[in-house]
Ligand binder design. Structure first.
Ligand SMILES: *[C@@H]1O[C@H](CO)[C@@H](O)[C@H](O)[C@H]1NC(C)=O
Ligand SMILES: *[C@@H]1O[C@H](CO)[C@@H](O)[C@H](O)[C@H]1NC(C)=O
Ligand SMILES: *[C@@H]1O[C@H](CO)[C@@H](O)[C@H](O)[C@H]1NC(C)=O
Ligand SMILES: *[C@@H]1O[C@H](CO)[C@@H](O)[C@H](O)[C@H]1NC(C)=O
Ligand SMILES: *[C@@H]1O[C@H](CO)[C@@H](O)[C@H](O)[C@H]1NC(C)=O
Ligand SMILES: *[C@@H]1O[C@H](CO)[C@@H](O)[C@H](O)[C@H]1NC(C)=O
Ligand SMILES: *[C@@H]1O[C@H](CO)[C@@H](O)[C@H](O)[C@H]1NC(C)=O
Length: 926
């Protein structure tokens, strides 16, 4: 029957929220919830991309209709054997794409689109079910409630999808087998399934003769882009064009919709004319479809959005095991309480004993995301927590700008943090041969852990969806760190498995799971740390850890491991530097002409003056494979003598700080006042030009090479930093270090957060945009215009290393390094339209359109096309690059927002703006 046709799809304006119950975290549907809700923005998942907009491009395939059909064809073969249901929505269609009843490319397309998202948390059948929600909602239909817990079949099921040539009695038997009432639910279901879609003459030439309709599509109703009741209204009015009703000649025997709709003398189809009735009935029918599962399967509760949801909670040992770094993101649903009304988000946590810790964990905003009906803001955190007292759970404290606070405690449970077994990223890696090495730390009393790896393995050719398999590898004991025992295990991937694998570690009832291989380094650090240079931050007053270092002619650096665990002593040998103190995790190097030539370090040595090295110090040089037990030889240090901190050098900016009055600690080796501090921007630009292809020893030597005294007696040359006015990048001008924040994004056109962020990857991502901006190491934004005014900061504030290229700097915290293309056309504008004036960028929502008299979608959309289409209405507006809306009044609430939020170019005219997602560029009659 009708479900077998390629279809056109559309968009209509209605939205019903289902009743919210508050889910408790964690839940088995956490991954499904992400796929359902994070359509765009920070951490967006991209599941919905093929069906947004509903009127997706391509004349021969409309994904939204295909997704709904895939669910129906999968479910429709359900059978009852002596009572229990067999089959149903079980993804058996994966094995059935060659069956004649599944002819056409729709199923292959859909399964290929879903395949990347299958995981140990989300089955293919869950995805098929979610696809019904996503496709329906994208086309303006109701919210179809979705549950998780579907179980995938491992082989093909029986046949039995309705065929259009069948007599009514066959349809009645088939729908009755599926559990739908005849005739009412059979009719309702068929009407809902056909509100988006069309019949393609290539598949059914007798129903839609070639050339008889545009694009050889016979549309099932007049609103080809809308999940609406027109299919019923037009049938009842007798002016439908639905080929499955009106086909004549040889096609007449395939008019299955006519036979079905008239099965009860039009009683049911007449009730389906009412838009509200239509939405409610379709919601119920589609929910019923995705809940038809084998009797052995128990589905979860309906997936509803979390108000507060944690992401990537991770404990990592620091400081020889005395502290953790605790990192993660918190997602806050901002649908009802707007993001701009939040002034602060903090974590209030409890220690191992359950006692509340008085110091809250601060967060910083990371980005926003949205789904069809919800908006979210993400807040990231990184805090240090003593291992001894540790953490057991936290609550989230939101402070609003009006001073009110909200505490979110996960329905009274708190958000649990389990410190029993933790995955240890710094020592884990995936090498080029496909060998995965994973290190776990287990709190002393717990049992020994295992490494669990879930891989996707391609199946025989006709089956487009890979198989999932889980392996468990016992881990072997390594060294101990504090109260933690380290374990390690390896696993060798074959073929392309490594790219899509997910792994975790577990011990007893505790686990640290769902780690992606794409976050792994290619080289494992040994259990000893690799080292990172951290210049003393140019903040005033002096950081506590530096107050006892005094030298009138020295520059101070802190060398600290970028990872966590220093287990062995090492010796640093050289001239022209000395070491003032060490502790388990860091040491300070004072470059001075009269220093000693060799210093030994031991993890157990004094920790007095460096105890407060903070994570806020900027790091500029990461030695990926430095081994602390190796020596840094005097020759490697002496061989390079390339820079100076002379305050007269324009290349190196020096700031003066008040000398410290603090009494030097006993471990300090020099005694004069520190008068100059090298700034971080100097280090950034210098490291860019000095670190390529060098070994760790050489990298160190670049910094340890010469005196820092202003008498340049030991300095043989002075380098010129790569660009005194900021970083350079071919094809772009550096605009500057601009202020940016989550509440006031400089560029709103497009953005991503990736581990591979660099000028190269961001400029490629922003190809076609006038500007790209990189921020906070991993973020990339695109835009066509700068804000007015643009707030420029010192380049030094844009000094965070790019996650994808350690020799480039990618902005900072709320600071974006911005580059302007030298090759692009000028940015778009809002063109003038005779008789109208542009009245600003307005908010809009799919579920409550501002302008709703008529609308037009076109892949050639321009502003003048829209003004002509709207034919003299008081207002017209453009949205999402290709949508045009007309109206004489504003039908729903809307507010004017900043111009740059309407940042999309019109698909038919790159020189004009056409709104953006949920943003309408509006013109009003003059
Ligand atoms: C069908 O007929 C009704 C009632 O005469 C009319 O309101 C409607 O616009 C017509 N629809 C189409 C698509 O012609
Ligand atoms: C049902 O509606 C169709 C289409 O308008 C019409 O041709 C048919 O006569 C109606 N049947 C009854 C019993 O009203
Ligand atoms: C602050 O705003 C919230 C949300 O709008 C509101 O519920 C609360 O009552 C306000 N508090 C004060 C002190 O105005
Ligand atoms: C769908 O994919 C299978 C397996 O690759 C193939 O055998 C079949 O011909 C495809 N069907 C269509 C219509 O492309
Ligand atoms: C890029 O910078 C150069 C040198 O400062 C300047 O001459 C040129 O006009 C700039 N180009 C653009 C497009 O701003
Ligand atoms: C990393 O950045 C440097 C300096 O801008 C550049 O020369 C190099 O090509 C970049 N590497 C990659 C892989 O893009
Ligand atoms: C867009 O315009 C071009 C040229 O005017 C035309 O060939 C094409 O069919 C149009 N495409 C759409 C989707 O309207």
């Amino acid at each position: 029957m009708i479900w077998r046709y390629p279809a056109l799809a559309g968009l209509l304006l209605m939205g019903q929220q289902y009743a919210m119950s508050a889910p408790t975290w964690p839940s088995p549907t956490d991954e499904l919830e992400d796929l359902m809700l994070l359509n765009s923005g920070y951490r967006s998942r991209g599941f919905s991309a093929p069906v947004i907009p509903c009127s997706a491009p391509g004349e021969n395939r409309i994904a939204a209709a295909e997704w709904i059909r895939t669910a129906f064809h999968d479910m429709a073969t359900v059978t009852r054997v002596d009572g229990p249901l067999i089959g149903g929505l079980d993804a058996s269609i994966v094995f059935e794409t060659k069956n004649s009843e599944n002819a056409g490319a729709a199923f292959n397309n859909t399964l290929t689109e879903y395949a990347p998202f299958i995981s140990s948390q989300t089955s293919m059948a869950d995805l098929i079910s979610l696809g019904v929600y996503t496709a329906t909602r994208s086309c303006g239909g109701p919210i179809v409630p979705i549950r998780g817990g579907h179980v995938d079949a491992t082989e093909a099921g029986p046949q039995g999808v309705p065929r259009p040539e069948s007599p009514l009695s066959t349809f009645q038997n088939q729908f009755s087998r599926m559990g739908f009432t005849t005739n009412e639910q059979m009719i309702q279901f068929t009407v809902c399934g056909h509100t988006i879609g069309g019949v393609h003459s290539a598949n059914f030439p007798t129903v839609v003769p070639e050339g008889s309709v545009p694009n050889d599509y016979g549309l099932l109703d007049s609103t080809s882009a809308g999940f609406d009741s027109n299919i019923a209204t037009e049938f009842v009015n007798g002016n439908t064009t639905n080929p499955l009703v009106v086909a004549t000649g040889m096609g007449a025997e395939l008019t299955s919709d006519k036979r079905v709709f008239m099965a009860d003398n039009n009683v049911t189809i007449k009730t389906m004319q009412d838009p509200t009735m239509f939405a409610n009935v379709c919601q119920a029918m589609f929910q019923k479809m995705v809940e038809i599962v084998p009797s052995t399967v128990t589905l979860t509760d309906i997936v509803t959005p979390y108000d507060i949801k944690p992401y990537d909670l991770q404990l990592t040992l620091l400081d020889g095991g005395s502290k953790f770094e605790f990192t993660g993101d918190i997602r806050i649903r901002t649908t009802t309480r707007s993001a701009t009304s939040i002034s602060q988000v903090q974590l209030i946590y409890r220690d191992r004993t359950g006692a509340k810790v008085s110091t809250p964990i601060k967060t910083t905003s990371k980005g926003t995301a949205s789904g069809f009906d919800d908006q979210f803001s993400f807040y990231g955190f990184s805090a240090q927590i003593p291992t001894h007292t540790s953490i057991s759970s936290f609550t989230v404290l939101i402070t609003l700008t009006n001073g009110s606070t909200e505490t979110w405690d996960n329905n009274g449970n708190g958000f649990k943090v389990d410190d029993t077994v933790i995955y240890h990223a710094p020592q884990s890696c995936l090498d080029s041969s496909g060998k995965l090495t994973v290190v776990a730390a287990v709190r002393n009393s717990a049992s020994s852990p295992s490494l669990n790896v879930v891989v996707k393995t391609p199946r025989p050719s006709a089956i487009l969806v890979p198989a999932l398999s889980t392996s468990s590898v016992p881990m072997t004991i390594q060294s101990a760190i504090g109260v933690y025992q380290l374990y390690s295990a390896s696993y060798s991937f074959s073929g392309s498995q490594a790219q899509s694998a997910v792994f975790g570690v577990s011990a007893g009832n505790s686990a640290d799971n769902y780690k992606n291989t794409n976050r792994l380094k290619s080289v494992c650090s040994s259990l000893a740390p690799s080292w990172t240079w951290k210049p003393i931050p140019s903040s005033s007053p002096l950081p506590a850890y530096a107050t006892s270092i005094n030298s009138s002619s020295s520059t101070v650096f802190v060398l600290s491991p970028s990872t966590t665990v220093l287990t062995s002593a090492f010796t640093m040998v050289g001239s022209n530097f000395s070491v003032s103190s060490t502790q388990a995790s860091s040491l300070t190097v004072i470059l001075s002409p009269s220093a000693s030539t060799s210093t030994s370090f031991s993890p157990s040595s004094s920790s007095s003056i460096l105890s407060s090295v903070t994570s806020s110090a900027n790091s500029f040089l990461t030695t990926s494979s430095a081994n602390v037990s190796s020596s840094i030889t005097s020759s490697s240090i002496a061989s390079s003598s390339t820079w100076s901190t002379s305050s007269s050098s324009s290349a190196l900016q020096l700031s003066s700080y008040p000398s410290s009055s603090t009494t030097p600690s006993s471990s300090t080796t020099s005694s004069a006042n520190v008068s100059s501090w090298i700034t971080s921007s100097t280090m950034a630009s210098y490291s860019t030009s000095s670190t390529s292809n060098s070994s760790s020893a050489l990298q160190l030597s670049s910094y340890l090479s010469s005196s820092t005294t202003s008498s340049s007696s030991t300095t043989s040359s002075t380098p010129t930093p790569s660009s005194p006015s900021g970083p350079g990048f071919a094809g772009y001008n550096y605009t500057g270090c601009l202020a940016d924040s989550i509440y006031d994004r400089t560029f709103t056109a497009k953005g991503q957060t990736v581990d591979t962020n660099s000028y190269e990857t961001c400029s490629a991502f922003c190809s076609g945009y006038m500007y790209f901006g990189v921020e906070y190491g991993s973020e990339c934004y695109c835009g066509n215009a700068l804000p007015v005014p643009a707030v420029l900061h010192k380049d030094i504030e844009c000094n965070k290393v790019c996650t994808g290229n350690s020799t480039q700097t990618c902005g900072g915290d709320n600071r974006m390094s911005v580059f302007q293309s030298l090759t692009l056309h000028p940015p778009p504008t809002n063109p003038s339209i005779p008789g109208y004036k542009y009245v600003g960028c307005h908010t809009d929502r799919v579920s409550s359109r501002v302008l709703s008299d008529t609308w037009l979608f076109s892949h050639n959309m321009t502003v003048s096309m829209c003004s002509q289409f709207c034919g003299g209405k008081k207002y017209f507006g453009l949205e999402f690059a290709e949508e045009c809306f007309c109206g004489d009044v504003f039908g729903n609430a809307s507010s004017v927002v900043e111009e740059r939020q309407c940042s999309m170019e019109c698909v038919g005219d790159q020189k004009s703006f056409c709104g953006a997602a949920n943003r309408l560029s509006v013109w009003s009659k003059t």
